[in-house]
Design a protein. Structure first.
Lengths: 104, 170
């Protein structure tokens, strides 16, 4: 018989796995856009934990925090991608290993 | 039933996250990230957070990822090449992820045991959330609007073409 509920720990493990994948992507990827996507993956993992805890403690504030995280993520994506465009314009590369000088 | 749905959406999440790491072309990574976000919206629905699920699809899988795909296509990003640094990073990063995941799973299983998340018990309707957002969290809400304004201005300033000095057109 399959239980009709999902333990909180399953949600937390899924969130932790997504966060760990984001950390690894941040470390092993060399394309600056993919590194950025890894950060979004980390934020998503944290959001899942927020919602799971909100459901567990019956506190709706956890869901409100998710909105704030989403706002920060959207602002970060807008500014970060603008920075990527600016970097690409001056260096003509997206590889972070070749972006190692503050001044050209 | 809930457990089966959780496992199905969770499998899409895990597969998408691993695919994001495995793909070399950024557009493939972006598409698998969209799959992860859509599956996460399903998980939010299972947790009774319907409004969060809708916003996840609209803002994350919609707006943010469209921005990513747009920039990837604008910059004509190709496959990333292997470098010495990336090989070192794989050697360090993959064991690091495995250790981190196992550690998190161990701590979580030890601490929380098998307590159930009661599904549908939480009122996650837009009305309840608006009550919180516009009443209890009014000040943070207003501060985020300032943050977004600054982000818009920053993006416009950063992405606009640098001004060329007069008489020196490039």
């Amino acid at each position: 018989m399959v239980p009709s509920y999902v333990p909180l720990s399953y949600y937390l493990m899924l969130g932790g796995f997504l966060f760990a994948c984001g950390v690894v992507g941040f470390l092993i990827k060399r394309n600056i856009i993919t590194i950025f996507m890894s950060i979004e993956l980390m934020l998503n993992g944290v959001n899942l934990s927020f919602v799971a805890f909100a459901a567990h403690w019956h506190a709706l504030a956890g869901q409100v925090f998710v909105f704030f995280v989403m706002v920060v993520a959207a602002a970060e994506a807008a500014v970060g991608l603008a920075i990527i465009i600016a970097v690409y314009r001056t260096r003509e590369t997206l590889n972070v290993d070749q972006v190692n000088l503050l001044k050209l | 039933m809930h457990l089966i749905l959780f496992l199905a959406f969770g499998a899409v999440c895990v597969g998408g996250a691993i695919n994001l790491l495995a793909q070399r072309h950024p557009i493939n990574s972006a598409l698998s990230l969209i799959a992860v976000m859509a599956a996460l919206a399903g998980e939010y629905l299972l947790l009774g957070a319907e409004f969060v699920a809708a916003v996840q699809v609209i803002v994350y899988a919609g707006a943010v990822m469209v921005l990513f795909v747009f920039v990837i296509m604008l910059l004509n990003a190709g496959e990333e090449e292997e470098t010495k640094g990336s090989r070192v990073a794989i050697l360090l990063g993959v064991p690091g992820m495995l250790t981190g995941s196992v550690l998190v799973a161990w701590v979580v299983l030890r601490q929380s045991g098998n307590e159930a998340v009661a599904i549908g018990a939480l009122p996650g309707s837009p009305q309840d959330i608006a009550q919180l957002l516009f009443h209890d969290f009014l000040l943070p809400f207003e501060v985020t609007s300032v943050l977004i304004l600054i982000a818009i201005m920053g993006a416009v300033v950063l992405a606009s073409k640098p001004e060329t000095p007069a008489g020196k057109a490039d």
